[in-house]
Design a protein around this ligand. Structure first.
Ligand SMILES: *Cc1c(COP(=O)(O)O)cnc(C)c1O
Length: 423
């Protein structure tokens, strides 16, 4: 069972996890040894993208040095080698999220493309004028705009589950929004702007009682806690490789086989067909039906390596380590006057979003950068969340498996210096 499902990603402050060798893990990430403005890099922008370990860099390099050829076409040795490695990566993904079959794993560019694929293909199969799509108020733009487009195309209506003052998912409001016209629920697993963890099991169970499928945006979850799509019983699960220590340009759409079967493709061309005549074409079997054109072969293979790396570090251990980091960081900033944490719902992932009285987020980010500390500032592709909390922007520190308490100390010191400058 998944750690996310069973227990909060973040528990209350407790003793530091034992036996997690963060220094050894850090040694696997060359970029962590670089300096910025003469200061050691403190990378706290993992919600935007994560750094890559040597094994991932090596997998990509090795592919181009030893395997490069197009997949699924050639009878020659390199093409077969590339195809085998590409399909092995698909099976790696399947095991990582515990999907029932590799047919249910579609390689895409990332979360954004995965959600667009479902919006267009599921949309065409199932959504009609007057139907409803339910999302939450804490979605990333990638899980809002594709549904707006679908609504424009079909005459369907977007319904939004509100969030509370802590950034919590309001379950009772959700219950009221589900109805006979609901065709799909699309919710984030973890909010990138707030850190809120959606109560997925309850959300999915209730939707299923109405026979409504659920898409989960897992961009902020897969590298941080174990995800088991069968235990969750979600119908679609989307994530990006680059937020899980893999390269950019590769991601995954998981979909239950029966649903993927009934959906028509929305991109077409090579690799996704069985037969083509000028009168008619027939589609390839799953998952190839949704993989038109030459895919990001090296990226998929490197994603496999990234998932090996994450699994090797241990998802339970990573979740416990990150729980320690967010508890420590929240405690350290709690006595900074004028600092307001945006997103305080429990359970919460290792994302610290905040405002500081009298200072604009971009100024905070710029000063932190001069101390070597990389954070994100702005609306985090979640403008409705900013509006909900009545702030133009926040500063966000987001943690990953390689961050440390001493990096949080550097971050807090830099924050205090930034505050002095504006006092
Ligand atoms: C980053 C992110 C996305 C978009 O991911 P891309 O890799 O840019 O496609 C979607 N949802 C959430 C919650 C995210 O954090």
């Amino acid at each position: 069972m998944s750690a996310v499902v069973q227990s909060p990603i973040v528990q209350p402050v407790r003793p530091r996890p034992q036996g997690y060798d963060v220094e050894r893990l850090r040694g696997e990430f060359p970029i962590l040894a670089t300096t910025v403005h003469g200061k050691p890099l403190v990378y706290l922008d993992n919600g935007a993208t994560t750094q890559k370990p040597l094994a991932v860099i090596a997998a990509e390099k090795d592919y181009y040095e030893r395997c490069n050829a197009n997949v699924h076409r050639g009878v020659h040795a390199l093409s077969q080698r590339a195809t085998e490695a590409y399909e092995a990566a698909r099976d790696r993904v399947r095991r990582f999220i515990n999907a029932a079959s590799a047919k249910e794993i579609v390689f895409v560019r990332g979360t954004t493309e995965a959600i667009n694929l479902v919006a267009q293909c599921f949309g065409r199969a199932r959504v009609r004028s007057g139907d409803e799509i339910v999302i939450s108020a804490m979605e990333h733009h990638s899980n809002i705009v594709p549904w707006q487009l679908l609504c424009e195309q079909t005459g369907a209506v977007l319904r939004v589950v509100p969030i509370g003052d802590e950034g919590e998912f309001l379950f009772e409001a959700y219950e009221k929004l589900l109805g006979p016209r609901t065709r799909l629920v699309a919710v984030t697993h973890v909010s990138n702007a707030l850190g809120t963890v959606t109560p997925l099991r309850r959300v999915i169970d209730l939707a299923h009682r109405h026979a409504v499928p659920v898409l989960v945006d897992g961009a902020q979850a897969v590298a941080h806690a174990a995800v088991d799509v069968q235990a969750l019983d979600c119908d679609f699960y989307a994530f990006s490789g680059h937020k899980a220590h893999a390269p950019t340009g590769i991601g995954v759409l998981y979909g239950k086989e029966a649903l993927l079967e009934e959906m028509p493709p929305y991109q077409s061309g090579g690799d996704m067909i069985k037969t083509v005549t000028f009168e008619e074409s027939t589609w390839a079997d799953l998952p190839y039906k949704f993989e038109a054109g030459t895919p990001n072969i090296a990226g998929a293979i490197a994603l496999g390596a990234a998932l090996d790396f994450v699994a090797g570090a241990g998802l339970e251990a990573i979740a416990a380590h990150e729980a320690d980091l967010i508890a420590y960081a929240s405690e350290r900033v709690s006595d900074i006057r004028g600092l307001r944490i945006i997103g305080t719902a429990a359970p919460k992932a290792a994302i610290l979003s905040f405002t500081l009285d009298g200072m604009h987020a971009h100024d905070i980010g710029t000063i932190l950068d001069h101390h070597g500390v990389a954070v994100r500032t702005g609306h985090h592709c979640a403008m409705p969340v900013m509006r909900r909390f009545n702030v133009p922007a926040t500063t966000r520190a987001s943690f990953a498996l390689y961050n440390t308490r001493s990096e949080i100390d550097v971050f807090v010191e830099a924050l205090l210096k930034a505050k002095e400058l504006f006092a």
